[in-house]
Design a binder for this molecule. Sequence first.
Ligand SMILES: [Zn+2]
Ligand SMILES: [Zn+2]
Ligand SMILES: [Zn+2]
Length: 105
Amino acid sequence: MPLSPGNACKHIRCINITKNKNGYCDEHKPVATRPSTHARGYGKRWQKLRKWYVSKYPMCEKCNEKPTEEVHHIISLRERPDLLLAIDNLTALCLTCHNKEHRGH
Ligand SMILES: [Zn+2]
Ligand SMILES: [Zn+2]
Ligand SMILES: [Zn+2]
């Protein structure tokens, strides 16, 4: 039905009409399956910046022993989503250091 104004939200008990492809209204659309790392989900500009950053800092900035596997945001994006592409807020970490970083807070 291409002309339909929308579909009822799939969420049980929701009466909103939605045009979202996944069938949920904005309130109920499933939280995009969270990427386990920072690698995905922040858009193309981030992907590019991340790649560039890794090529600039191929080794973990913390332990300097292992190759960079994550570009970590020093101030979490939860607090400052606007710092996604702020180079000063980035640090290259290996998986081990990255895990520590996220556990430590
Ligand atoms: Zn809904
Ligand atoms: Zn490390
Ligand atoms: Zn991180």
